[in-house]
Design a protein around this ligand. Structure first.
Ligand code: COA
Length: 107
């Protein structure tokens, strides 16, 4: 699922949702949030929060119990504010940098 935020017809924020499992989570059906980004000119205005909230609503209608992501260290507190919890040790994604796995229960 690909979700966008638009001002007039211009896309200014995106994220994607994939049905992908991760070893840290016991539930059998969970989704991964990937490709989260908001246009520099529109950051800090609640767009990212709206994109995640909208995603959670869509996943709840599909009865998906958990949403997780690989959070860059620079975005960790953004996800924490939205209710995500750290579920892994810090790890490195080559060419991108250090990350944590984070997840949020949708039930
Ligand atoms: C991370 C990102 C998606 C946040 O989007 P945004 O639209 O600026 O975020 P919002 O305005 O919706 O912020 C929601 C809350 O999180 C906070 N927040 C946003 N980015 C934050 C950050 N990097 N660190 C800590 N808090 C952050 C905001 O202050 C706001 O707090 P509040 O509700 O108390 O006012 C955006 O900064 C971005 O695109 N960054 C570059 C790409 C990236 O790092 N993506 C994530 C990869 S894992």
């Amino acid at each position: 699922m690909h979700i966008g935020a638009f001002v007039d017809s211009k896309c200014i924020g995106i994220l994607s949702l994939f049905e992908t499992n991760t070893d840290e989570l016991p539930e059998t059906k969970h989704y991964q949030l990937r490709g989260m980004a908001v246009d520099l000119d529109y950051r800090g205005k609640g767009i990212g929060k709206q994109l995640v909230n909208f995603s959670e609503h869509e996943l709840k209608t599909l009865e998906i119990p958990v949403l997780w992501c690989n959070a860059r260290i620079s975005a960790k507190d953004f996800y924490s504010k939205l209710g995500f919890k750290v579920i892994s040790k810090e790890f490195m994604i080559p060419d991108v940098g250090p990350h944590y796995k984070m997840s949020k229960s949708l039930t």
